[in-house]
Design a protein around this ligand. Structure first.
Ligand SMILES: *Cc1c(COP(=O)(O)O)cnc(C)c1O
Length: 237
Protein backbone atom coordinates (compact mmCIF):
# COMPACT_ATOMS: atom_id res chain seq x y z
CA UNK A 1 0.00 0.00 0.00
CA UNK A 2 1.19 3.51 -0.78
CA UNK A 3 2.45 5.88 1.88
CA UNK A 4 -0.23 8.38 0.85
CA UNK A 5 -2.98 5.81 1.47
CA UNK A 6 -1.51 4.82 4.83
CA UNK A 7 -1.28 8.45 5.83
CA UNK A 8 -4.87 9.25 4.95
CA UNK A 9 -6.07 6.16 6.81
CA UNK A 10 -4.08 7.26 9.82
CA UNK A 11 -5.45 10.78 9.56
CA UNK A 12 -8.96 9.33 9.65
CA UNK A 13 -8.18 7.35 12.77
CA UNK A 14 -6.74 10.46 14.41
CA UNK A 15 -9.89 12.39 13.55
CA UNK A 16 -12.11 9.64 14.91
CA UNK A 17 -10.12 9.42 18.13
CA UNK A 18 -10.41 13.19 18.53
CA UNK A 19 -14.12 13.22 17.77
CA UNK A 20 -14.72 10.62 20.46
CA UNK A 21 -13.41 12.92 23.16
CA UNK A 22 -14.36 16.25 21.63
CA UNK A 23 -10.86 17.35 20.69
CA UNK A 24 -9.81 19.32 17.66
CA UNK A 25 -7.58 17.17 15.39
CA UNK A 26 -5.47 20.27 14.75
CA UNK A 27 -4.26 19.95 18.35
CA UNK A 28 -2.66 16.59 17.60
CA UNK A 29 0.53 16.75 15.62
CA UNK A 30 1.86 13.70 13.81
CA UNK A 31 5.52 12.87 14.20
CA UNK A 32 6.73 10.16 11.87
CA UNK A 33 9.07 7.78 13.69
CA UNK A 34 11.50 7.07 10.87
CA UNK A 35 14.01 4.67 12.40
CA UNK A 36 15.13 2.16 9.73
CA UNK A 37 13.09 4.02 7.08
CA UNK A 38 14.96 4.92 3.91
CA UNK A 39 15.20 8.60 2.88
CA UNK A 40 13.34 7.75 -0.32
CA UNK A 41 10.30 6.70 1.68
CA UNK A 42 10.58 9.61 4.09
CA UNK A 43 10.51 11.95 1.10
CA UNK A 44 7.29 10.31 -0.08
CA UNK A 45 5.77 11.25 3.26
CA UNK A 46 7.06 14.81 2.85
CA UNK A 47 5.43 14.92 -0.58
CA UNK A 48 2.13 14.07 1.18
CA UNK A 49 2.50 17.14 3.37
CA UNK A 50 4.24 15.63 6.41
CA UNK A 51 6.87 17.86 8.01
CA UNK A 52 7.95 16.28 11.28
CA UNK A 53 10.14 13.22 11.76
CA UNK A 54 11.83 11.62 14.75
CA UNK A 55 14.97 9.51 14.83
CA UNK A 56 16.30 7.22 17.55
CA UNK A 57 19.96 7.07 16.68
CA UNK A 58 22.43 9.79 15.85
CA UNK A 59 24.03 7.41 13.38
CA UNK A 60 20.82 7.32 11.34
CA UNK A 61 20.43 11.08 11.53
CA UNK A 62 23.89 11.43 10.06
CA UNK A 63 23.32 8.80 7.38
CA UNK A 64 20.10 10.40 6.12
CA UNK A 65 21.18 14.00 6.50
CA UNK A 66 22.52 14.57 3.00
CA UNK A 67 19.64 12.89 1.20
CA UNK A 68 17.06 14.94 3.09
CA UNK A 69 18.99 18.19 2.79
CA UNK A 70 16.71 19.65 0.14
CA UNK A 71 13.51 18.93 2.04
CA UNK A 72 11.80 21.32 4.39
CA UNK A 73 11.18 19.44 7.61
CA UNK A 74 11.58 19.43 11.36
CA UNK A 75 13.44 16.72 13.17
CA UNK A 76 13.11 15.64 16.78
CA UNK A 77 15.36 13.15 18.53
CA UNK A 78 13.31 10.48 20.30
CA UNK A 79 15.86 7.81 21.22
CA UNK A 80 18.16 7.24 24.14
CA UNK A 81 21.00 9.72 23.83
CA UNK A 82 24.45 8.97 25.15
CA UNK A 83 26.17 11.95 26.69
CA UNK A 84 29.05 11.67 24.24
CA UNK A 85 26.63 12.21 21.33
CA UNK A 86 25.54 15.67 22.42
CA UNK A 87 27.91 17.36 20.00
CA UNK A 88 26.42 15.43 17.07
CA UNK A 89 22.91 16.25 18.20
CA UNK A 90 23.68 19.95 17.90
CA UNK A 91 25.51 19.57 14.62
CA UNK A 92 22.63 18.01 12.71
CA UNK A 93 19.87 20.54 13.19
CA UNK A 94 17.73 18.63 15.63
CA UNK A 95 14.86 20.95 16.54
CA UNK A 96 13.96 19.21 19.76
CA UNK A 97 15.35 16.55 22.06
CA UNK A 98 12.30 14.63 23.23
CA UNK A 99 14.23 12.19 25.37
CA UNK A 100 15.91 14.26 28.06
CA UNK A 101 15.79 11.80 30.91
CA UNK A 102 18.65 12.53 33.31
CA UNK A 103 20.56 15.40 34.85
CA UNK A 104 23.92 14.28 33.57
CA UNK A 105 22.66 14.61 30.02
CA UNK A 106 21.09 17.99 30.75
CA UNK A 107 24.35 19.22 32.25
CA UNK A 108 26.39 18.04 29.30
CA UNK A 109 23.90 19.51 26.86
CA UNK A 110 23.96 22.84 28.62
CA UNK A 111 27.74 23.00 28.65
CA UNK A 112 27.85 22.35 24.94
CA UNK A 113 25.10 24.88 24.23
CA UNK A 114 27.08 27.51 26.12
CA UNK A 115 30.18 26.67 24.13
CA UNK A 116 28.32 26.92 20.82
CA UNK A 117 26.16 29.82 21.94
CA UNK A 118 22.93 27.96 21.07
CA UNK A 119 19.66 27.02 22.72
CA UNK A 120 17.52 23.90 22.32
CA UNK A 121 13.95 22.79 22.93
CA UNK A 122 13.46 19.65 24.96
CA UNK A 123 10.79 17.35 26.28
CA UNK A 124 11.42 15.56 29.56
CA UNK A 125 11.01 11.80 29.19
CA UNK A 126 9.36 9.83 31.95
CA UNK A 127 9.18 6.12 32.54
CA UNK A 128 5.47 5.95 33.23
CA UNK A 129 5.28 2.17 32.84
CA UNK A 130 8.04 1.54 35.40
CA UNK A 131 9.50 -1.14 33.15
CA UNK A 132 13.21 -1.66 33.72
CA UNK A 133 13.71 -1.91 29.95
CA UNK A 134 12.51 1.63 29.35
CA UNK A 135 14.37 4.87 29.73
CA UNK A 136 12.93 7.92 31.37
CA UNK A 137 13.02 9.69 34.69
CA UNK A 138 10.88 8.17 37.45
CA UNK A 139 7.58 10.06 37.78
CA UNK A 140 8.21 10.52 41.51
CA UNK A 141 11.20 12.74 40.74
CA UNK A 142 9.41 14.81 38.12
CA UNK A 143 9.18 18.13 39.91
CA UNK A 144 12.72 18.12 41.23
CA UNK A 145 14.11 17.06 37.85
CA UNK A 146 12.08 19.64 35.93
CA UNK A 147 13.10 22.42 38.29
CA UNK A 148 16.76 21.55 37.92
CA UNK A 149 16.54 21.41 34.14
CA UNK A 150 14.59 24.68 34.07
CA UNK A 151 17.59 26.41 35.65
CA UNK A 152 19.62 25.84 32.52
CA UNK A 153 18.90 28.99 30.54
CA UNK A 154 19.74 27.46 27.19
CA UNK A 155 17.41 24.49 27.56
CA UNK A 156 13.75 25.25 26.92
CA UNK A 157 11.34 22.72 28.38
CA UNK A 158 8.49 22.52 25.87
CA UNK A 159 6.78 19.35 26.97
CA UNK A 160 6.90 15.79 28.23
CA UNK A 161 7.36 12.46 26.52
CA UNK A 162 6.63 8.88 27.43
CA UNK A 163 6.41 5.42 25.92
CA UNK A 164 3.32 3.57 27.09
CA UNK A 165 3.36 0.03 28.39
CA UNK A 166 3.33 -2.53 25.58
CA UNK A 167 0.30 -4.50 26.59
CA UNK A 168 -3.11 -5.60 25.44
CA UNK A 169 -4.41 -4.37 28.81
CA UNK A 170 -5.73 -1.04 27.63
CA UNK A 171 -6.37 0.21 31.12
CA UNK A 172 -2.72 -0.23 32.04
CA UNK A 173 -1.63 1.53 28.88
CA UNK A 174 -4.04 4.36 29.62
CA UNK A 175 -2.60 4.71 33.13
CA UNK A 176 0.81 5.50 31.67
CA UNK A 177 -0.61 8.38 29.67
CA UNK A 178 -2.63 9.57 32.63
CA UNK A 179 0.56 9.62 34.69
CA UNK A 180 2.24 11.85 32.13
CA UNK A 181 -0.74 14.19 32.21
CA UNK A 182 -0.56 14.30 36.02
CA UNK A 183 3.13 15.16 35.85
CA UNK A 184 2.28 17.92 33.39
CA UNK A 185 -0.28 19.41 35.77
CA UNK A 186 2.23 19.28 38.58
CA UNK A 187 4.83 21.12 36.48
CA UNK A 188 2.36 23.67 35.15
CA UNK A 189 1.37 24.45 38.75
CA UNK A 190 5.04 25.05 39.50
CA UNK A 191 5.29 27.50 36.60
CA UNK A 192 7.13 25.17 34.23
CA UNK A 193 5.59 25.63 30.82
CA UNK A 194 5.60 22.03 29.55
CA UNK A 195 2.58 22.37 27.30
CA UNK A 196 3.24 19.52 24.87
CA UNK A 197 2.53 15.87 25.59
CA UNK A 198 4.30 13.46 23.25
CA UNK A 199 2.68 10.08 23.79
CA UNK A 200 1.11 7.34 21.71
CA UNK A 201 2.55 5.11 18.99
CA UNK A 202 1.05 2.90 16.27
CA UNK A 203 -0.48 0.51 18.78
CA UNK A 204 -1.86 2.95 21.32
CA UNK A 205 -2.20 6.45 19.88
CA UNK A 206 -5.98 6.47 20.14
CA UNK A 207 -5.73 6.00 23.90
CA UNK A 208 -3.04 8.68 24.08
CA UNK A 209 -5.22 11.12 22.17
CA UNK A 210 -8.05 10.48 24.59
CA UNK A 211 -5.65 11.29 27.44
CA UNK A 212 -4.45 14.54 25.94
CA UNK A 213 -1.54 13.81 23.58
CA UNK A 214 -0.49 16.82 21.50
CA UNK A 215 2.11 14.85 19.52
CA UNK A 216 1.83 11.20 18.56
CA UNK A 217 4.87 9.33 17.25
CA UNK A 218 3.91 6.83 14.58
CA UNK A 219 6.21 4.55 12.64
CA UNK A 220 5.09 1.06 11.69
CA UNK A 221 1.47 2.03 10.94
CA UNK A 222 2.86 4.10 8.06
CA UNK A 223 6.12 2.46 7.05
CA UNK A 224 5.43 -1.17 7.94
CA UNK A 225 7.00 -3.50 10.47
CA UNK A 226 10.65 -3.18 11.40
CA UNK A 227 13.09 -6.10 11.41
CA UNK A 228 13.72 -5.97 15.18
CA UNK A 229 11.62 -5.41 18.28
CA UNK A 230 11.62 -1.79 19.53
CA UNK A 231 13.98 -2.36 22.45
CA UNK A 232 16.67 -3.08 19.87
CA UNK A 233 16.51 0.50 18.60
CA UNK A 234 16.39 2.20 21.97
CA UNK A 235 20.07 1.88 22.63
CA UNK A 236 22.58 3.98 20.79
CA UNK A 237 24.93 1.06 20.20
C1 LIG B 1 9.76 3.42 17.17
C2 LIG B 1 9.25 4.46 18.08
C3 LIG B 1 7.97 5.00 17.92
C4 LIG B 1 6.99 4.53 16.86
O1 LIG B 1 6.69 3.19 17.05
P1 LIG B 1 5.57 2.45 16.14
O2 LIG B 1 5.06 1.40 17.05
O3 LIG B 1 6.30 1.93 14.98
O4 LIG B 1 4.57 3.44 15.77
C5 LIG B 1 7.59 6.00 18.79
N1 LIG B 1 8.40 6.45 19.78
C6 LIG B 1 9.63 5.94 19.96
C7 LIG B 1 10.47 6.49 21.06
C8 LIG B 1 10.09 4.94 19.14
O5 LIG B 1 11.32 4.43 19.34
Amino acid sequence: MQISTKLSQLQQRIEQACAKVGRNPQQVQLLLATKTVKPQLIKQAFACGQTLIGENRIQEVIQKHAQLANSDYQQHFIGHLQTNKVKDLLRYNINCLQSLDRMRLAQRLHNRLEYEDKTIDVFLQFNTSYEASKYGMAPENALQFAKQVAEFERINIKGLMTIGLFSAEKQQVRQCFQRLKQIQNQLLDAGINATELSMGMSGDFEIAIAEGATIIRVGSAIFGERPHPDSYYWNEN
